[in-house]
Design a protein around this ligand. Structure first.
Ligand code: 5GP
Ligand code: MN
Length: 324
C-alpha cells in the first residue's frame, strides 16, 4: 500500500499506538518519536506502546520520556497500531496478541514478514526514519518553518538517518537520504549537536568494553571474518546491561581484508549476535539461516539456550557457506 493510502488511514483514526522492534536502536526510536510528535501536533491521541525503556543515549529526543515501558499493550479504544522498523512479528516490542484492530507496518528490512493489515516496506530506504519524513509530508506536515516542533521532529528523523547509516557512510545511503538530511538542516536541525548527543556521551565503562573487546578480536576464515565474543561476566564486571555494540562491530569490520564482522554477546537465555558486511557478503542470509534477519550489510540473530562456544561453531559454519 502507498504511503498516501496509509496517511488516509491515519487521518481517519484518533487513538493511535506506536511501537517498534525489541532492543530499539536510533532508527526505531527516532522514527517513533518523529511520528509521535507529528501526530500530537495534528491533535491525535497518539501514545507509545513498549515493553522496554528508551536507551540512555537516545533519551535527549523530544517525548523520549514516554518510552518508559509502562504501556505494553494497546489501550482500550485504540483505533490503530503503527509498528515501525520491525521486520518480524516476534520482534515487536509490544503485546499485540489480544489486539484485533488495524495494524500498519512501516519498515525497510528485506526480511519483513508483512504482518500488518497495511504494509509499507521500502528496502531501498536507508532508515525507517526516511519513510516517516515522507509520511509526515503526506499528512500535510510542513517542514520548512523554523518552528520549535519542526526542529524537534527533525532531530528525531535525523537521528534515525544517522544511526542506521553509520553517519551517512554505509552503502544504503542514497541521494534521497542526503536530501532529507539537507531539508532537516534547513528547518533548524543542528546536525553537529545531534551527533554530539548520540556519540560523545559514552560512559567510561563502555569505552573500557570497547578496548577489551577489540583487543580480543579473532580473525577467522583466512582473515575474512573478525569475531568478537562478549561474556556476561565481562558485562557484569563493567556493570553494563543492554549495551549497544554497534561501534565495536564497525571498528572490527574496518580491519584490512575483513569482509564480515561478528559480535556475539552472551545473555541469560542464549547468545545475541550482530553481523556486519563490508562489501558483497549478504549477512541477512547468514542471520536468516540461524533464525534471525536484517539487511544485506547489517543483520542479527539470537540463539536461545546456547553457549558462546556453541554459537560460534554455528555462526562460523553459516558464514563459511555464504563466503565460499
Ligand atoms: P543489530 O546487530 O544492530 O542488533 O541489528 C542489525 C539489524 O538486524 C537490524 O536491522 C535488526 O533489526 C536486525 N536484527 C537484529 N537481531 C535480530 C533478530 O534476532 N532477528 C531478526 N529477525 N532481525 C534481527
Ligand atoms: Mn532501521
Amino acid at each position: 500500500m502507498a504511503l498516501r493510502e496509509i496517511s488516509k488511514v491515519i487521518i481517519e483514526s484518533n487513538k493511535i499506538g506506536i511501537t517498534f522492534h525489541t532492543s530499539p536502536d536510533g532508527d526505531a526510536i527516532g522514527s517513533t518519536l518523529g511520528l509521535l510528535n507529528g501526530l500530537r501536533e495534528m491533535g491525535k491521541d497518539a501514545y507509545i506502546i513498549s515493553r522496554e525503556v528508551i536507551p540512555n543515549n537516545l533519551s535527549f529526543l523530544p517525548l523520549g520520556c514516554e518510552i518508559d515501558g509502562t504501556i505494553k499493550a494497546p489501550i482500550y479504544g485504540t483505533d490503530l497500531v503503527i509498528v515501525l522498523d520491525c521486520g518480524n512479528v516476534d520482534r515487536i516490542c509490544a503485546d499485540l496478541d489480544q489486539y484485533d484492530g488495524t495494524i500498519i507496518n512501516i519498515d525497510h528490512h528485506v526480511t519483513n514478514e508483512k504482518y500488518g493489515k497495511y504494509n509499507y516496506i521500502d528496502n531501498k530506504a536507508a532508515a525507517t526514519a526516511e519513510l516517516i519524513y515522507i509520511l509526515l509530508k503526506e499528512l500535510n506536515f510542513v517542514f520548512n518553518e523554523e518552528a520549535e516542533s519542526v526542529e524537534e521532529i527533525g532531530n528525531c528523523i535525523y537521528t534515525g538517518l544517522v544511526t542506521d547509516t553509520g553517519s551517512f557512510r554505509h552503502s544504503n545511503v542514497t541521494k534521497r537520504t542526503h536530501s532529507i538530511a539537507g531539508e532537516l538542516i534547513s528547518c533548524g536541525v543542528k546536525n553537529s549537536k545531534v551527533h554530539n548527543s548520540l556519540f560523545d556521551n559514552r560512559p567510561l565503562s563502555k569505552v573500557k568494553l570497547m578496548g577489551q573487546s577489540l583487543s580480543n578480536v579473532e580473525l577467522l576464515c583466512d582473515g575474512k571474518v573478525a569475531y568478537i565474543e562478549i561474556s556476561m561476566k565481562t558485562l557484569e564486571e563493567l556493570n553494563l546491561s543492554h549495551v549497544d555494540t554497534s561501534d565495536i562491530i564497525s571498528i572490527a569490520l574496518s580491519i584490512e581484508n575483513v569482509e564480515v564482522a561478528v559480535v556475539a554477546k552472551e545473555a541469560e537465555d542464549g547468545v545475541k549476535a550482530s553481523l556486519r558486511s563490508k562489501n558483497k557478503v549478504n549477512v541477512s542470509h547468514i542471520a536468516e539461516s540461524l533464525g534471525g534477519g536484517g539487511h544485506i550489510k547489517a543483520a542479527g540473530l539470537k540463539i536461545t539456550g546456547s553457549s558462546l562456544e556453541q554459537a560460534k561453531v554455528k555462526i562460523i559454519n553459516s558464514i563459511e557457506k555464504e563466503i565460499c
